[in-house]
Write a protein that binds this ligand. Structure first.
Ligand code: ATP
Length: 220
């Protein structure tokens, strides 16, 4: 039996394929672009073309969530965008905690794009006495030992882990014990979480290794 990752669990629970959820985000990006270009209406073939997939795939993905638009008539761009935002839970604000204000953590803290998408970093933690009590991007860095009470008080729902790999599991444990049900892990470490916690890993070095593999084999 393989390890039970958060991603596999979600698929089982909702019966929505992981790949469909990823494509919904892609549809949203395309709809944004089409809206900016002045397209009031769109069709599955247009979304499919932009993403280099089959139009039946677009219809299949959307049909999992109900009926959008009229059969054979396509979709209203803004209406479909709103519906997908609703499905992805993007029509509300999410409170986020970030743990580990090193180089990567501080860059994420300073990034304004999260707020535009409804993700607000409201609580920040570190265990370095030189950093605790200081402000970064306007937010006070708290002592990691205060994680549980602060996360509960702020009603934080998502945790971002940007500590080094050896500390990642310990931080994940603190987050889940504090009641966090969704974790975005940037540490290059495999961590395990309880069944009811959704875990998403972003290993940037792994992505670079993938590119390096591709470049190394070119012209062979
Ligand atoms: P810097 O040199 O500023 O520490 P860095 O990105 O090289 O930056 P890392 O060693 O990757 O630092 O650590 C990232 C951050 O995680 C640091 O600010 C560190 O103090 C913090 N950190 C490490 N272990 C823990 C832990 N167990 N709990 C909370 N924060 C931690």
């Amino acid at each position: 039996m393989g390890k039970d990752t958060g991603e596999e669990k979600l698929v089982r629970k909702t019966k929505i394929p992981e790949t469909t959820i990823a494509r919904l985000s892609s549809y949203l990006r395309v709809l944004d672009e089409l809206g900016r270009m002045g397209f009031d209406n769109t069709a599955s073939y247009q979304l499919a073309e932009e993403l280099d997939i089959n139009d039946s795939q677009v219809r299949k993905d959307l049909s999992l969530f109900g009926q959008f638009g009229k059969p054979g008539m396509g979709y209203e761009t803004t209406k479909l965008k709103r519906e997908i935002q609703k499905i992805l839970g993007l029509t509300r604000k999410w409170k986020v905690a970030l743990i580990g204000v090193g180089n990567l953590g501080s860059a994420l803290l300073a990034y304004k794009g999260f707020k535009r998408q409804g993700f607000y970093i409201v609580a920040v933690f570190d265990n370095d006495p030189k950093k605790i009590g200081k402000k970064w991007a306007g937010i006070v860095i708290h002592d990691i030992t205060q994680l549980k009470p602060i996360i509960r008080k702020e009603r934080t729902e998502i945790g971002i882990i940007t500590v080094p790999a050896p500390a990642a599991q310990e931080v994940a444990n603190l987050l889940t014990k504090a009641g966090i049900k969704a974790i975005l892990n940037f540490a290059p470490a495999r961590i395990s979480v309880p069944k009811d916690v959704r875990l998403s890993n972003v290993d940037l070095s792994l992505k670079l290794e993938n590119l390096s593999f591709f470049l190394s084999r070119r012209g062979r």
